[in-house]
Design a protein around this ligand. Structure first.
Ligand code: BTN
Length: 259
């Protein structure tokens, strides 16, 4: 994409996972900015070890290789930057009301999932955090059939595609271009305190989780309460009967009022 760091775009008809591919490239020394796009992934990866399935040619399946100069404490903002860029790109296609379910799922106004983001890195004990690569992948549901009968029943009511939201087919190349253009300034934002504050402010104004009752699945149990804010670090503040809690990472479920 001219004018951005994303000039090395690698396209695959079929691959196991664009995230897995770029992590391998990162280890081999490929510079920041490499992009992998696939029509189909045979072993697409989702969060929490889940599989990410999509029929061939219907979704935007893309990963970017970044080497962000951020400390470990700020690295969770890397997938935030990707989610925010995707929201801007999707709004540019005419979808209104698309927001973020904290930390970085894209959801339609009715809560159905439109896109998911997965960040992976090799950051292990002893590695140099500031030099480490992060691969961030996003799968945007784009051109699902409009006939609900053609959708896998397990997705009905839970997920939606951009085509369904805007009522016309989506040009996947144009969506990729819009996403990479929107991502460039946000990756730049990661490198300064002012930029990171701007990302957190944008997350706050885009986050559908705020004001809803949530259940948060944490590694050591479950938390239920009202999502009342995003902290200056980008974490989720939840008001529970036992006091306010700050959630740094976790799987969030939006609960309907009274449930
Ligand atoms: C989620 O569980 O919500 C995250 C899904 C991320 C899927 C994308 S598709 C492109 C990239 N390659 C992968 O294997 N996963 C991510």
């Amino acid at each position: 994409m001219p004018g951005t760091r994303f000039t090395d775009i690698r396209r695959f008809a079929t691959i196991d996972s664009t995230n897995r591919y770029l992590l391998g490239e990162a280890r081999a020394g490929t510079p920041e900015g490499a992009v992998a796009v696939a029509d189909y992934q045979s072993a697409g990866r989702g969060r929490l070890g889940r599989h990410w399935e999509a029929p061939p040619g219907t979704n935007l399946l893309v990963s970017v290789l970044l080497r962000p100069q951020v400390t470990v404490a700020d690295r969770h903002l890397v997938p935030t930057a990707v989610a925010l860029a995707a929201v801007e790109a999707i709004r540019g296609f005419g979808a209104t009301g698309v927001g973020i379910k904290w930390p970085n799922d894209l959801v339609a106004p009715d809560g159905r999932k439109l896109a998911g983001v997965l960040a992976e890195s090799d950051l292990g004990a002893g590695s140099d955090a500031l030099a480490a690569a992060v691969v961030v992948g996003i799968g945007i549901n784009a051109n699902w059939p409009t006939d609900a009968d053609d959708l896998p029943p397990e997705l009905t009511g839970l997920a939606v595609s951009l085509r369904q939201l805007i009522g016309r087919p989506v040009d996947l190349d144009a969506l990729l271009d819009a996403f990479l253009l929107a991502l460039e300034p946000r990756v730049e934002d990661l490198t300064t305190a002012t930029g990171r504050r701007a990302l957190v402010e944008e997350l706050t104004s885009t986050c559908d989780t705020l004001g809803t009752r949530v259940r948060v699945e944490l590694p050591d149990g479950t938390l239920e309460g009202d999502a009342v804010g995003i902290t200056p670090e980008g974490h989720l503040a939840v008001r529970t009967p036992n006091g306010d809690r700050t959630v740094v990472a976790g799987d969030v479920i939006h609960l309907r009022p009274g449930s």
